[in-house]
Design a protein around this ligand. Structure first.
Ligand SMILES: C[S@@+](CC[C@H](N)C(=O)[O-])C[C@H]1O[C@@H](n2cnc3c(N)ncnc32)[C@H](O)[C@@H]1O
Length: 389
């Protein structure tokens, strides 16, 4: 496998935007992926992979359109041990490219734009930004000191010298502000988009970030900053990213709360009144998540296309399961058990009803407005508020 293979894969998929193709060909992903990484198996579980031991598999991973996990549990899980808590990765190349393309205005090629990246990770995206915008105009912030050092070394070896800072990107980076573009490669949780990013962006500048709820991860949001200190814009795509460190949802409770529902003598039993897949996947899940932003949602595949849905809320120890058997669009045949003070599946069905009553809007019809005092999610027009934080 070679860089050309990755270029060919992306071109064939229509995922190599013309405006980034030349830059993409110049920066070799292999220079940024560590020798020892984790690559997801078919169940999505990160498995150790070593360049020395398995050079062909390592290169195949590097030149695939897949994310590669570079850190677990903030570094506490040492390679080759594994866990499900990926805390840094080399993002999926097609996602990197679609985000980079969304940074450029329609039809324009900008010169002299100053860019801030949040989440340096391996330094690969920072290299692409430095190549495109000029290294003097790019600052990248990484919260983890070990990752910061690796990224600096990777960038130096590849011949790029953007400013790389070890800091909490929740505060942006005032040192080189104001910026024309802020791009976050870590997700923000609904209601918590750092206002510092708005303050540090010039009027007319753009903020691009993955955005989601505990329930649904996530959407890609692009906001334009205005002279009055507000920022507004729409959901422009999908983007499932790891969250900013300070905004993570509780981790590691799914198995315990799933067992609690199974064993609960007081669980309320019923059957699903709506197609479960619409509640837990796609635009339906995005929309349901707006109404249940603090509820977590897991989908656990079983044999023959069956799967279990688990909704849970750690603070109240509430949980609900749905056993789904295909066709999952059929209503009324999927057993539901709900445990705890919140009846989470009932709440999710109500939120699903809200979505159906509005003709099942796609996520691209939603937008976000950020002011110094509030964050609002709206449908179609900024005046049609759906959720407010
Ligand atoms: C998906 S990775 C970024 C990938 C990276 N852009 C690349 O090209 O390799 C997300 C990164 O965000 C970092 N991160 C998480 N929270 C952060 C924060 N509050 N400030 C800065 N970086 C943060 C993580 O440590 C992780 O390295």
């Amino acid at each position: 496998m070679s860089p050309e293979d990755l270029t060919a894969t992306l071109s064939a998929a229509g995922a190599l935007p013309e405006r980034w193709a030349a830059v993409f060909r110049k920066v070799d992903r292999a220079g940024f992926v560590p020798a020892r990484v984790w690559f997801d198996d078919e169940h999505g579980r990160p498995q150790p992979l070593d360049r020395e031991g398995e050079p062909d598999r390592w290169r195949a991973a590097v030149y695939s359109d897949e994310p590669i996990v570079t850190q677990l549990d903030d570094g506490a899980t040492a390679w080759p041990a594994t866990s499900n808590a990926a805390t840094s990765s080399a993002s999926q190349p097609s996602m990197v490219l679609s985000m980079l393309d969304a940074l450029l205005d329609e039809g324009h090629v900008q010169h002299g734009h100053k860019v801030l990246e949040i989440g340096t990770g391996t330094g690969y995206n920072a290299a692409l930004l430095a190549h495109r915008f000029g290294e003097d105009l790019v600052t990248s912030v990484e919260v983890d000191p070990v990752l910061t050092e690796h990224a600096r070394a990777n960038l130096k070896a590849a011949g790029y010298a953007p400013t790389v800072v070890c800091a909490d990107g929740t505060f942006g980076w005032p040192g080189t502000a104001p910026y024309d573009r802020i791009i976050s490669t870590a997700a923000v949780i609904a209601g918590c988009l750092p206002y510092a990013w708005v303050e540090q962006t010039r009027p007319g500048g753009l903020i691009l970030t993955p955005w989601g709820t505990a329930y649904h991860n996530g959407a890609l949001v692009r906001l334009c900053v205005r002279g009055d200190g507000t920022a507004t814009g729409k959901v422009i795509g999908n983007a499932a990213f790891m969250r900013l460190r300070g905004q993570r949802t509780p981790f590691g409770h799914a198995a315990r709360l799933g067992d609690l529902v199974d064993a609960s003598p007081t669980a309320v039993e019923s059957t699903a009144g709506v197609p479960p897949s619409e509640v837990v996947t796609g635009d339906g899940a995005f929309s349901v998540g707006l109404h249940l932003p603090d509820v977590q949602c897991g989908i656990f595949p079983e044999a023959d296309g069956r799967y279990e849905v688990l909704l849970y809320h750690v603070a109240t120890e509430s949980a609900a399961t749905v056993q789904v058997t295909p066709p999952d669009s059929a209503e009324g045949h999927h057993p539901v058990r709900q445990h705890g003070p919140r009846k989470l599946w009932s709440e999710a069905e109500n939120a699903h009803r809200w979505w159906v009553e509005r003709d099942k809007p796609a996520r691209s019809r939603f937008g976000l407005t950020i002011t110094p005092t509030e964050q609002r999610l709206w449908l179609d027009e900024p005046s049609t508020t759906v959720s407010q934080w």
